[in-house]
Write a new protein. Structure first.
Length: 108
């Protein structure tokens, strides 16, 4: 079990703390939703979590199978829907090393 705690600091700012590491992340509402856009929004974190989770799971598989993914890059584009405001689409782009053979690329 991992516990994450948070403090609402006012003005749509939160500070989150990862229990095991004590690493902190701040969030803010985006400018188009009454915030200042000074940090990741909560939905930005959801999008980032998806992409980094995908790469992490692939990294676990790659290490077990002696495949190097070092230098792989990823991006995620988040589209929002209005009324109600929510994530409508996440487009993840993975750029893996060209040296990967077709079988490893398909498996990953």
């Amino acid at each position: 079990m991992v516990k994450i705690t948070g403090i609402y600091e006012g003005e749509k700012h939160c500070e989150l703390t990862h229990g095991p590491s004590l690493c902190k992340i701040s969030t803010d509402a985006p400018k188009d939703n009454f915030g200042r856009g000074e940090a990741f929004s909560p939905t930005d974190l959801a999008a980032a979590a998806l992409a980094s989770c995908m790469m992490t799971v692939m990294g676990i598989y790659a290490e077990k199978n002696h495949i190097s993914l070092t230098g792989s890059r990823f991006s995620v584009e988040k589209q929002m829907k209005l009324n109600p405001r929510m994530i409508s689409e996440l487009v993840v782009q993975l750029d893996l090393p060209q040296a990967l053979n077709e079988n490893d690329r398909d498996t990953l």
